[in-house]
Ligand binder design. Structure first.
Ligand code: AMP
Ligand code: MG
Length: 408
């Protein structure tokens, strides 16, 4: 007899419950700034200096005192200031030859760009256009002021963040350690590409696709992945693998075998070793989801259908793993875009539709939204987060989540 169906759980509630279990990891490590992409800062980065350190020129040209010059004035050139050198105070009635990035000499209040000058011979320059005060000068501290927090604890670093950290002199960064994740695939129907050629596939057998995108998604979240492959379909092997994984990992992630009433070995094994809740989440794709614990390790069971597995990973597992790392931003902000499609018969559950932006900035819908059609995930550049029961007509505003942000 099948177990009674659990009532559907709202996605927001399920996510909140899940996140309540995600105690951020306390261990940190110091890494090279070069290696910091996608890692989460474990402390505020406070600047010990101004950036730029001094007022400097944003042009090749001549530093002048604007109050002293008029159009056509000819000035002796009293010094030459290339980038990387120190400047002397600007002598009254003179101009200083200056190059981009070089410090502005004391007393000068603007730069005349080279194109607005001509040589007047004998180391003299003619000013063809008088600049405004402050023109072509980058002010000290206009990027970063001394003592300010340039990147806060909980910031997940990207390429620009690494550059900013370097600009205040950081060659190492203190980040949260990587979460250790054990990945299992379940299902007797699964075989590995490379092990069986397409022509030799027996009836009922399919390739294990989830293993490939799940391990890649985990790596992009900076997890250390132990890939246990397809767990053999017997109780002892399952128990042994889970027991081993629970000692070494923060999260054990499985795909498949969490549908209601399904016989499989993961479910009873997790229950024997720890605790397990089977959730029916009111979302499409991806209704079944399991959360549990074995000793200190979290356990999450994703549905087996590839698109369900992919989408539940993005909306539930991803924020969980980010919170484990202490990240403050757990999900991208959705944006409002216009539907260039109709959805006359919406699902009773909240639905994540595979869509793509068209040249007009509106959204097209992939024709087959079935949870087994992985082609839809490749075609899509985003998901529409559609509330339960809401029909969509062409021209309606919908909530769009760019996949580029979810996959990074
Ligand atoms: P399940 O959640 O185990 O009931 O699986 C639902 C569907 O997803 C079934 O059609 C499975 O064959 C398929 N499936 C399960 N695991 C995988 C996997 N790793 N790769 C591809 N398809 C899978
Ligand atoms: Mg299965």
């Amino acid at each position: 007899m099948n177990a009674p169906r659990a009532p559907l759980r709202e996605l927001d509630q399920a996510l909140a419950e899940l996140l309540a279990h995600a105690e951020p990891l306390s261990q940190t490590e110091a890494i090279s700034t070069f290696e910091g992409d996608s890692r989460v800062l474990a402390q505020d980065l406070v600047s010990a200096l101004q950036v730029p350190p001094q007022d400097n020129s944003s042009m090749d040209g001549y530093a002048v005192r604007t109050g002293e010059i008029t159009e056509g004035a000819t000035l002796p050139v009293s010094q030459r200031i290339p980038a990387g050198s120190a400047a002397q105070p600007l002598r009254s009635g003179t101009a200083a030859r200056i190059f981009t990035g070089a410090p502005v000499p004391e007393g000068a209040d603007a730069i005349v760009m080279q194109e607005d000058t001509e040589s007047a011979g004998d180391d003299r320059v003619r000013i063809l256009r008088v600049p405004e005060r402050g023109q072509w000068i980058r002010a000290s501290g206009e990027d970063v002021t001394r003592g300010s927090v340039v990147l806060a604890k909980g910031e997940r670093l990207g390429a620009a963040g690494l550059g900013l950290a370097a600009s205040i002199g950081m060659d190492t960064l203190t980040v949260t350690r990587r979460p250790r994740v054990a990945l299992f695939s379940t299902g007797d129907e699964l075989v590995m590409p490379g092990e069986v050629a397409p022509a030799d596939m027996k009836p009922g057998v399919i390739y294990n696709s989830n293993r490939f995108f799940l391990s890649e998604l985990l790596r992009r979240l900076e997890c250390e992945v132990s890939d246990y492959g397809i767990v053999p379909d017997n109780r002892d092997a399952t128990l042994k693998a889970l027991e081993h994984a629970s000692r070494e990992h923060d999260l054990i992630l499985t795909s498949g075998g969490v549908s209601v009433g399904e016989e499989d070995h993961i479910k009873p094994a997790v229950q024997q070793l720890g605790s397990l809740d089977l959730w029916q989440i009111a979302m499409k794709p991806g209704k079944p989801f399991a959360y549990g614990r074995i000793e200190a390790a979290h356990f999450m069971g994703l549905p087996g259908n590839p698109v369900s597995s992919f989408v539940t990973f993005l909306v539930l597992v991803r924020p969980f793993l980010l919170k484990l790392q202490g990240a403050t931003k757990l999900a991208p902000a959705p944006m409002e875009l216009v539907a260039h499609f109709d959805l006359p018969r919406p699902d009773r559950r909240r639905e994540f539709l595979r869509v793509r932006r068209d040249a007009q900035g509106g959204l097209e819908l992939f024709a087959n939204q079935s949870s087994g059609v992985l082609t839809s995930m490749v075609w899509a550049d985003g998901l529409v987060d559609n509330p339960a029961g809401r029909a969509i007509a062409r021209g309606d505003k919908v909530s769009f989540i760019p996949l580029a942000e979810l996959l990074g």
